[in-house]
Design a protein around this ligand. Structure first.
Ligand code: MF3
Ligand code: CO
Ligand code: CO
Length: 296
């Protein structure tokens, strides 16, 4: 049977792929065969947390709120609107729904959402800057609901996009889609990176290396890291109950970046356009479920 074969790919006596340092049979193998188990030993481990069904439900609820927030913001991405206006929309909507915007005061980040325009790769800080016709804008929302985190972003057009804008947004959207496609038990983090890198570079674009996807759910950024480049079969093996983001940042020119003096804003070194799409993904028995789903 297919499912059994997938599990059999990890030897019972091999080191557990969750990074606990224990044998697979003493660790996540049991967890997989009793998904309802509330064995607290897993929560105490400093490494990759395989989520319980209760945790998954909580993160899925947080994910629904993140998507509702992105949907609320989308029609406001118009010429003349400030990035601060987007911040206010996100803050008010999040609070109204009994949640907290995770970026606010996170390691000193001063706002509730990241809004990244054109050559800004990520971590754009909302300000008085206004959107202009032809801009591309990434809006990255992370909400904490009942203690659970979900993280997602989209790159949107302001008015009518030019050819370069269309290309980079298209390629980065496809990169996320191709990354998601290879998420299933038995595949590895390197398979995800390879799927993304080979597509992006095949289109003449570059993959940012300084920022990666990440485990998420109980905290904002958890292990494992998910690079958007890599080699097939390398890195951590995926097992059911892992939750992480895939969030490729794809540049039209060089992959090199510069961090501005504000300590946050990452921009392409050559000022070329950069685009990103991000979803929070659960590894299931058969493949993947997006906990922040939207069409790609
Ligand atoms: N949401 C970003 C991510 O995808 C992280 C933003 S950190 C912040 O991981 F402080 F800038 F909000
Ligand atoms: Co993220
Ligand atoms: Co994010």
């Amino acid at each position: 049977m297919k499912k059994k074969n997938e599990k059999e790919k990890i030897s019972r006596n091999a080191l557990c792929p969750c990074g606990s340092g224990k044998k697979y049979k003493r660790c996540c193998l049991n967890k997989e065969s009793s998904a309802q188990s509330s064995d607290l030993r897993y929560e105490k481990r400093p490494r990759i947390q395989i989520k319980t069904t209760d945790q998954i439900d909580g993160i899925r609820r947080a994910g629904r709120l993140v998507i509702e927030t992105l949907d609320l913001v989308e029609p406001h991405i118009q010429p003349g609107i400030t990035t601060d206006a987007i911040n206010t929309l996100v803050y008010d909507f999040t609070i109204k729904n009994g949640a907290t915007p995770a970026p606010l005061n996170y390691k000193g980040f001063p706002k509730s959402v990241c809004v990244s325009i054109n050559e800004v790769i990520c971590h754009g800080i909302p300000s008085e800057r206004t959107f202009k016709d032809g801009d591309i804008v990434n809006v990255d929302v992370t909400s904490i609901l009942d203690g659970y985190y979900a993280d997602a972003s989209k790159t949107l057009f302001v008015g009518t996009p030019g050819a370069d804008a269309k290309k980079i947004v298209d390629v980065s959207r496809q990169c996320l889609a191709r990354g998601i496609k290879v998420v299933k038990p038995g595949n590895t983090v390197g398979d995800i990176g390879f799927a993304i890198q080979s597509y992006a570079e095949g289109k003449g674009c570059s993959v940012v290396r300084q920022f990666v996807g990440h485990g998420v759910g109980i905290d904002f950024h958890e292990p494992p890291q998910i690079p958007h480049y890599g080699t097939p079969g390398s890195g951590v093996r995926l097992v059911p109950g892992m939750i992480f983001t895939i969030e490729p940042m794809i540049n039209l020119g060089t992959r090199e970046l510069v961090i501005l003096k504000d300590g946050w804003t990452a921009v392409t070194k050559d000022k070329s356009l950069s685009a990103q799409f991000e979803q929070t993904l659960l590894v299931t028995e058969n493949g993947v479920e997006s906990l922040t789903p939207y069409p790609l």
